[in-house]
Design a protein around this ligand. Structure first.
Ligand code: 9MR
Length: 451
């Protein structure tokens, strides 16, 4: 009879739901197929994708360096509507094929990728701008345009606003836009390393009040883009941005997302640094406060938080302090964050020097260890530059399959680790932690030993 009792016990045990094989969002974090929280830390690739030929220098070794040498785990990959649909209704098959190849190099290097449909100042018809193809707005606007500096003040140009308003009030243009997204999804649908889409960079709100815009125009467009791309890849995560007005400090008015698997993906810049004035160290508190506010907005939206852009000019005063404040702000709310931008041979925000090495000031502030997979709910992570020490703790979740993994830059060789609630090992660039049976909290401290 014992076998019968065992059989009954087995048959009465609820069958656990099948484990998702894809990335998703649950309880405020992106989750991997093993149920671990994923913290994305990476770079934007890149500003050079904004205009012809719409791709930059990144080939396989360049993506490998991002992952294996600098320790990043993600890329926000820029695409442009102008490149996809240069003439109305005509998709550029060679661009889409090259996009597929380039993205596969990134994912092949072990990077997780989400795709950003970029725009600055509406579109290509305006000098120095990018995004929408020229045919989407009346030529008379481009002809009358007189750009000013810094570049973002051109968002106030009457001609730019006319084109932005024209887009948002045209069902036809919006439909072309979401169909362009469908082309991207068709091109990339077989690439499992592509985990989602950022439907529009820094959405411009035109002449409408920004809060009305977010509710009545932006949120519906997001729903349409997600529906189109999820027809090809149902698992793709939506990395959804607030209106660009968020960069000015105006809280988002986006309604709570009803779609599953959504990340709130705002940008975080210091206004003075963006105007080329450098970073004043006393602004650190404001950077930290802004990230806390963004996290509260993400929570209210039912989303995880990934800062889709932060970055600065390596030659401007205060850059190390600026990036240190940024890292601290991401860690305090356990957010992901993507550096703007991984390009080289520029005197702007590029991470790399002309020879492909890192700009030293940015290496110090940006290329740092971080927890990338967490078997539970991440708490804060923090890095002390003076002592070269990462501290991190999390609430353990026994249903997560797979260990916690901390990613270190390859330059981190000698290491002093303390760990409570788990057992750690060093595996190449990573510190891998198994939660001890019964532990509810795991705490770690990793100090880089001097060479
Ligand atoms: O850093 C970029 C600068 O070189 C360009 O002139 C400008 C306009 O295309 O864009 C800058 O990048 C911005 C990005 O496109 C959107 N978010 C803010 C970035 C930094 O200002």
């Amino acid at each position: 009879m014992r076998w019968l009792a065992v059989a009954l016990l087995v048959s009465c045990t609820p069958v656990p739901p099948p484990a998702p094989k894809t990335f998703s969002v649950r309880d405020g974090f992106i989750r991997d197929p093993e149920g671990r929280a994923v913290i994305l830390r990476g770079v934007n690739v890149s500003g050079k994708h904004k205009g012809p030929p719409y791709f930059d220098f990144h080939e396989a070794p360049d993506f490998a360096r991002l992952r294996d040498v600098w320790g990043f785990n993600a890329v926000r990959f820029l695409v442009s509507w102008s490149a996809i649909e240069p003439r109305r209704g005509e998709y550029d098959a060679s661009y889409l094929a090259e996009l597929k190849r380039r993205v596969s190099l990134a994912t092949g290097a072990g990077l997780l990728v989400f795709i950003d449909m970029h725009q600055d100042l509406y579109g290509e018809g305006f000098v120095g701008a990018n995004g929408a193809p020229r045919w989407t707005c009346d030529e008379k606007n481009y002809a009358a345009y007189r750009p000013v500096t810094p570049w973002f003040l051109n968002a106030l140009s009457a001609q730019v606003i006319a084109c932005v308003d024209g887009f948002w009030s045209s069902a036809d243009l919006k439909s072309r836009y979401v169909q362009a997204w469908r082309q991207v999804a068709i091109a990339l649908k077989d690439d499992v390393g592509v985990i989602g889409v950022d439907p529009m960079n820094e959405p411009p709100w035109g002449s409408m009040p920004n809060d009305v815009f977010e509710k009545t125009r932006l949120a519906p467009l997001y729903r349409e883009v997600l529906a189109q791309v999820r027809a090809e890849r149902p698992d793709w995560i939506g990395f959804l941005e607030p209106a660009a007005s968020r960069n000015l400090g105006l809280p988002t008015a986006l309604p709570r997302f009803t779609e599953p698997n959504v990340v709130y993906a705002p940008h975080a810049y210091d206004p003075d640094a963006e105007r080329g004035l450098g970073f004043k160290p006393e602004r650190r508190a404001a950077i930290l406060e802004n990230a806390r506010a963004l996290k509260a907005e993400a929570d209210a939206l039912g989303a995880a938080l990934v800062i889709g852009e932060f970055g600065g000019n390596a030659s401007h005063p205060g850059i190390v302090e600026y990036m240190d404040a940024q890292y601290a702000s991401h860690g305090a709310v356990a957010a992901g964050a993507m550096y703007w931008e991984d390009t080289r041979e520029d005197d702007g925000y590029g991470l790399e020097q002309a020879d492909g090495g890192l700009k030293p000031a940015l290496e110090r502030g940006v290329v740092r260890p971080f927890p990338e997979r967490v078997a539970g709910t991440p708490g804060a992570y923090a890095f002390d530059d003076a002592t070269q020490t990462l501290t991190f703790s999390f609430e353990a979740d026994s249903t997560a399959r797979g260990p916690t993994v901390l990613s270190l830059p390859a330059s981190w060789r000698g290491l002093d680790v303390t760990c409570t609630g788990g057992v750690w090992t060093r595996e190449g660039r990573a510190v891998v932690v198994s939660t001890s049976t019964g532990a509810s909290t795991v705490s770690l401290s990793l100090r880089r030993l001097p060479e």
